[in-house]
Design a protein around this ligand. Structure first.
Ligand SMILES: Nc1ncnc2c1ncn2[C@@H]1O[C@H](COP(=O)(O)OP(=O)(O)OP(=O)(O)O)[C@@H](O)[C@H]1O
Length: 250
């Protein structure tokens, strides 16, 4: 699904990622943890193709296709979803209408006609029921006055509607409370399948009790310095990051 080889990236000439190697197969859930400022959000942004980051070395492949030259929008059309990619408030545009536009843009990029209104409604109904999203919520203006939990609900709804191949959920600084944690975890668990993959970036070991990862990676100083199973997240919760920093710097 996703293969990252020796990825180096910088922002404003400052090197942040310094040789990331990562392979994520279909059906897998990977968690990325690590101390503040280690480059986790940068990695998410670089995979999604955000412009302010410059890839200086290495490559990213999505289903064996080198996507280095593709713009963020094209990557989204190919099935990469990054949470909080659309955090803007759009007064007068409802959650549903925003989704309809996003879906039809993706279809257009594949040479398909707009989704017939009847099918769109069916899809919206199915996904909102699956995620237990209230009808009233769907007609609210996008992100306008949304609470943290509502923002999460909206994100998970976007993910459900777009059915990405690779979903990257960056939860490092989103201040998840217990309810928001459950919204994210339940959503991911309901949407994950053998055909898609999920990368969860988080500081919250507790989130990983709900979304059980197949692999946990620790990012430090722009490199993945340790990988393991879900027990690694527990070890980090218990011992912090100092022992890893010591291992790396030894
Ligand atoms: N757009 C940007 N402009 C300037 N510096 C940036 C930018 N994005 C990231 N950085 C810098 O890159 C480094 C890594 O940041 P990043 O947000 O990727 O870390 P993180 O591991 O996600 O941190 P946290 O756990 O605190 O969310 C930091 O020193 C940060 O200041």
């Amino acid at each position: 699904m996703l293969k990252i080889e020796n990825l180096h990236a910088s922002v404003e000439d400052k090197a942040i990622l310094r040789g990331i190697n990562l392979e994520v197969k279909a059906g897998e859930v990977h968690a990325i943890m690590g101390p503040n400022g280690s480059g986790k959000s940068t990695l998410a942004s670089v995979i999604a193709g955000k412009e302010e980051y410059e890839v200086t070395e290495g490559s990213i492949f999505l289903e064996n296709e080198d996507i280095d030259e593709l713009a963020a929008e094209e990557r989204a059309h190919k099935g990469i979803f990054l949470s909080f990619q659309y955090p803007v408030e759009i007064p007068g545009v409802s959650v549903t209408n925003f989704m309809k536009t996003a879906i039809n843009e993706t279809r257009k990029s594949k040479g398909l006609e707009d989704m017939p209104a009847k099918d769109m409604l069916k899809l919206i109904r199915e996904k909102s029921e699956l995620l237990e999203i209230d009808r009233k919520f769907l007609s609210r203006s996008l992100n306008e006055g949304f609470s943290g939990g509502e923002k999460k609900r909206n994100e998970i709804f976007q993910m459900a509607m777009l059915e990405p191949k690779l979903a990257i959920l960056d939860e490092t600084d989103s201040g998840l409370d217990i309810d928001a944690l459950r919204i994210v975890a339940n959503g991911v668990n309901k949407l994950k399948s053998k055909d898609n993959a999920v990368i969860v970036i988080t500081h919250y070991q507790r989130l990983l009790d709900y979304i059980v990862p197949d692999f946990v990676h620790v990012l430090y100083n722009g490199r993945i310095v340790k990988s393991g199973g879900k027990e690694l997240a527990h070890e980090l919760e218990e011992k912090g990051y100092d022992w890893i920093k010591e291992e790396v710097n030894a």
